[in-house]
Design a protein around this ligand. Structure first.
Ligand code: SF4
Length: 120
């Protein structure tokens, strides 16, 4: 990790990916934009800084699952928990996600507002 992060332009995110995929070493949790957003939605961290989020996740997750967690959240972020339009209604994590019900409620309010304004 230290050797990689000493390279120009390489921070922990890239170093974690390289270590996991090229060397099979789970040295940390890769925190990209999907991992950051979904981890916050799930209430697993209250932090915004990737380094702090990574520390929280490293305490919560078993080390062998660190890189898998990131990959799964990236795919989940692309397929379901989109940044602009999360599909909470069909999300398999809904029952454990404190943000899901709030986002569903907000979306339904916004739909009924636009329906009212278009019928007026
Ligand atoms: S319930 Fe909604 S906010 Fe929570 S993880 Fe699923 S899509 Fe994302």
């Amino acid at each position: 990790m230290d050797a990689l992060t000493r390279l120009p332009g390489v921070a922990r995110k890239t170093a974690n990916v390289v270590l996991a995929h090229a060397f099979g070493i789970n040295a940390g949790v890769t925190v990209d934009t999907h991992v950051k957003r979904i981890t916050n939605h799930l209430g697993l961290t209250k932090h915004d800084a990737p380094v702090k989020i990574e520390q929280d996740l490293m305490k919560l997750l078993p080390q062998p699952d660190w890189e898998n967690w990131s990959i799964r959240l990236v795919y989940h972020g692309r397929a379901v928990c989109d940044a602009r339009n999360p599909a909470c209604g069909r999300c398999q994590l809904l029952e454990w996600c404190p943000s899901g019900p709030k986002l569903i409620k907000a979306k339904s309010k916004s739909k009924s507002k636009s329906a009212k304004s278009s019928s007026a």
